[in-house]
Design a protein around this ligand. Sequence first.
Ligand code: NOJ
Length: 521
Amino acid sequence: MIYQIYPRSFQDSGDDGVGDLRGITARLPYVASLGVGAVWLSPIFTSPMRDFGYDVADYCDIDPLFGTLDDFDALVAEAHRLGLKVMLDYVPNHTSSDHAWFRESLTGKESGKRDWYVWRDPAQDGGVPNNWKSFFGGPAWTLDEASGQYYLHQFLPSQPDLNWRNPAVRAAMFDVLRFWMRRGVDGFRVDVIWLLAEDEDFRDEPVNPDWKPGDVEHASLDHIHTQDQPETHEYIREMRRVLDEFDDRMMVGEIYLPVVKLLPYAGTAEEPMVHLPFNFHLILQGWTAELVRGFADSYDAECRLRHSWPNWVLGNHDQHRFKSRLGADQYRVAQTLLLTLRGTPTVYYGDEIGMTDVDVPADRLVDPAALQQPDSPEAGRDPERTPMQWDATANAGFAPGGATPWLPLADDYPAVNVAAQDGDPASDLNYFRALTRLRAEYPALVGGAYRSLETPGADVFAYERMPEHGGGERVVVLLNFGGEAADVAGLAGGDTLLSSLGDRPERGAALRPHEARILRG
Ligand code: NOJ
């Protein structure tokens, strides 16, 4: 299980209102207490922070805001001492415009680094080379007045795309992976890995007929020439060979694609690619028992066919908090689902204590996705990036020195925080820990086969997890997505191991509204 830390928001030790590495290290015993196996840190590298670290100016150093390489080494040592793996966020598609490579590229067409980025002459009319758009709104091209050429950026103009067709770029970026693996890093989450290559002929993208006002501008095109290109698959196979130069390392790829296009990113036994292509479909699709069951059945079956290991995600730093999206009633149902389906779950910091989106006032918005797209209210990501709620003291214990946190805290922090929940057996935090304990005690919940069960009510999703190679016990999971009690007496399953409502209902007792229940098989 992977636990994502957004470093700016986890723990400030330097009294500047921004989280840092020493803060994270101090909190690692808490992370270990959750029963997770690995931490993934969103970017901590040298950066002007225009996209909060996803704009890297030096891939092999730590931004002073977060600390130093020595602080990083101490973090890795402490994590390993606690039995936690450490994963970094590798951002290969683009650098910051402050990166030395881009500065050199900007010196002119003759620059040795010119071809490290994607440069094009203007179109015949003197405008942008084609109709490609930036994820943050506006064209994906910015003019360099000095040379009269445009450079490509799928995100901010200050995030120029690297030219992955250039072998020198690939070699330099692979050395970055080696640098961190030599320092003891166990794996990587790879940013926008499905965007690495673009169409060689720079053809316009067709219009998306489903786009409607209010949707982000980027979604107005069908991205057949900027995403999921065959060359990207080749580059990832190369990337994987670099990972495999070291023992026991892994990578997870950020990929927003339908399952048929997503699973090929795991590659084949002969030509492996990423270990886990992130499965974001629990976030993207509707939340009903029927839809979730349909998706879980087909995804699990597809993974088996391809001998690919599944994974599940409900939240990250780009998506609204799942407790806000699905509603408080469904919060534990969703948490139970995430931790009991077959595959590796990824958990976003704070979701284990039930943090919700924060309504960030206009004068405190900092995310460029929000600031650049005021007509698309859903585009901003500040609400899900607010400081971790540790205790009821000032600043929720996040910035104990008193500095103003970089994003406002949730109003509910005096009640919703780690300290308040730690000693309360009925808390969300201890419910999360109970789930991870069950995963440790019942191996079928981790590696066992998954099979959904026929249920009497439309709002109930039920499945069994069976030990695959003999031994161990079968486990049954019952999830009520609705507000009515459901008769589950006819369903398989024995004693209750855990209920989201905190008690241990008898065998066959009705499933209460919004209840999640786990039974011994
Ligand atoms: C995906 C990251 O998750 C997001 O936060 C970032 O803005 C873009 N990639 C650009 O790197």
